[in-house]
Design a protein around this ligand. Structure first.
Ligand code: NCD
Length: 304
């Protein structure tokens, strides 16, 4: 990858994506060959919002490359609690790590942080903005299960606040993918994302009912309603519980449908789907390790 930072999926070319996915596939095939690859390197984990998968898989990825990690810990236990600015926090942490993974509740935080450091920043989620490393593991999972070309994908749920959706939909414009967006009217894709997709020549349709497209889909990417981002709790309750899928829903789907979810799920996917061949969300979460190993390896390349 030619980038210093990974802030948005908008910066990823098809070549970048394929390079990371190919390297991730090599890693998944022979993890032992990468065991000493980044020995001596340290990754700084800087999470201002809760995380299980993203933080732990970055941590594991760095360690499986022979490197180590240092963790800011929770906001409650760090100097952020004393009122330290994000800029100062980053300027300090750049002295402790060779790369920084940053998750923050404010949209634009990672972009801003990147202005204060030359150490590569990976945006691990900036509010309702972007989550590009999640996109790489999503694309890896799609490639393994359905293929990335001649793809028909449905992306359902909270398209307004869901940062994984914003990143994934932009990255998919590099491929021959028809994208169907399924959500309540109030949680449509934000205007800015729709504009970017249009500019990139995306093949996009919007729906309010899954039934309108389910039978055509190769992949159904389900997302959680992002309760924490609703300015008004009443608005959340108006849409909570809509757009759930269960075995009955999938009667109308192709036998080969791949069901994905960035997780955590609340009630969008009934547990009875977990044991079917459709369910790929746990595999998707596990793919976070080889994909993030490949990403870190590329960002820490000596000759950059
Ligand atoms: C997602 C996130 O944080 O945006 N989680 C993740 O990283 N896998 C999705 C979510 O929180 O709903």
């Amino acid at each position: 990858m030619r980038h210093d930072h990974l802030i948005s999926a908008n910066q990823l070319t098809r070549e970048d994506i394929e390079a990371v996915l190919d390297r991730a596939a090599d890693i998944a095939d022979d993890p032992a060959a990468f065991r000493e690859r980044r020995a001596g390197s340290v990754l700084a984990l800087c999470f201002f919002e809760p995380s299980t998968r993203t933080k732990m898989s970055f941590d594991t990825a760095m360690k499986r490359l022979g490197g180590d990690t240092t963790d800011m810990g929770s906001v409650e236990s760090s100097s952020v609690k004393k009122g330290e600015s994000l800029a100062d926090t980053i300027r300090v942490i750049e002295g402790y790590g060779d790369a920084i993974v940053l998750r923050h509740p404010s949209e634009g935080a990672a972009k801003m942080a990147a202005e204060f450091t030359d150490v590569p920043i990976v945006n691990a989620g900036d509010g309702a903005g972007q989550h590009p490393s999640q996109t790489l593991l999503d694309l890896f999972t799609i490639r393994e299960n359905a293929g990335l070309d001649d793809l028909t994908i449905g992306i359902m749920g909270d398209l307004k606040y869901g940062r994984t959706v914003h990143s994934l939909s932009m990255a998919l414009t590099n491929f021959d993918a028809r994208q169907h967006f399924i959500s309540p009217e109030s949680l449509r894709l934000p205007r800015g994302v729709r504009f970017d997709l249009h500019e990139a020549g995306a093949q996009v349709r919007e729906h309010t009912e899954l039934e309108e497209v389910l039978g055509d889909l190769d992949v159904l990417y389900v997302t959680r309603i992002q309760r924490e981002r609703f300015p008004d709790e009443n608005e959340y309750h108006k849409v909570a519980g809509e757009y759930q899928i269960d075995l009955d829903t999938l009667e109308a789907a192709s036998d080969d449908l791949t069901v994905m979810h960035p997780l955590p799920r609340v009630d969008e996917i009934a547990p009875e789907i977990d044991d079917t061949t459709h369910a790929k969300y746990f595999e998707q979460a596990h793919n976070g390790v080889p994909v993030r190993m490949a990403l870190l390896d590329a960002l820490l390349e000596d000759d950059r």
